[in-house]
Design a protein around this ligand. Sequence first.
Ligand SMILES: Cc1ncc(COP(=O)(O)O)c(C=O)c1O
Length: 358
Amino acid sequence: MEFAEKLSRLKVYPAADGYALGPEVALMASNETPYPPLPAVREAVAEALNGVNRYPDPSNTRLRKALSDRYGVPANRIAIGNGSCDILLAAGDALLEPGAEVIYAWPSFSVYPHLAAASGARALQIPLNADHEHDLEAMLAEITVATRLVIVCNPNNPTSTALPLDEIADFVARVPRHAAVILDEAYCEFNLLDDPDASVALLDRFPNLVLLRTFSKAYGLCGLRVGYGLCGSADFRAAVDAVRQPFYCNVAAQAAAIAALRSQDEIAVRVETNLAERLALADGLERMGIKPADSQANFVWFDLPAGEDAESAVVQGLSARRILVRAGASLGRPGALRVTVGTAADNERFLAALGELV
Ligand SMILES: Cc1ncc(COP(=O)(O)O)c(C=O)c1O
């Protein structure tokens, strides 16, 4: 068989292992929520299963209406996806081609490099600054007539850092309108710098802006795969719909997302618990002499004291103790670790194990 040339450019996504290891494993590698699904979500999914002999609503009508009611964004400017990754990849398909350019920071979300590799566009990876934050001036300096897409991940995965919204707004105002800006806010609910919903107002000013969000993190639905994009214009939504198969969001995911959106009080309690655990995790690291980056997400990021040489021994030592974290080498910074905030018990186990290993 002869495969497409692009296949040689596509890297395999660095998926965490451990899914088959059983319940006593502390899964702290994929920025998931450690809490089980809410009762309302379980009920909605159980109900939706009665209808799986039918295709899902390809227009996602009820989910888009629920999101439109919540955010005040017209339904025709709301894109739905099989996870927010689906919208990201569709944006790559819809915007990029050989000769076009995409700009994003690095290290950042490991799916971004896929967009250029799949389309043949040129990727400009702009190094983060010394505080592990986006260098927005350096990103702006790279914009040309060929730039079709600029991605800003706020809070940034894997570094957990966030920039204040006024800096982001100033940046978007300076991006020429021929380039789309995706503000990837997968972790916005955990960000204490700004109200997670404050960025929505930017959509009225910038038709080239898309806020990419997900039900995978704070809402705890990553196993069902559903994400959304709040778009500054209906054109972006139409474009990402045009390049995908029609039934990209399954019936259970649509129902679960609507139920989760209605459960804001329970979600807020979970986010608060997660924030308290994040502080406890950061304190524990600092007691060990490790200074994590300023986290605004549901994970922490830090350089190991012994650097690059220690990384694989620490990751393997943790794994031998049935604690899974993400090694920096797979994320663009050898010698660093990304650790998802777990339950209090997970976090204590992790800190005790790391103390033995460093
Ligand atoms: C920054 C960022 N964006 C998007 C995603 C994609 O999430 P999903 O496809 O589950 O919505 C993730 C998942 O880890 C992420 O870290």
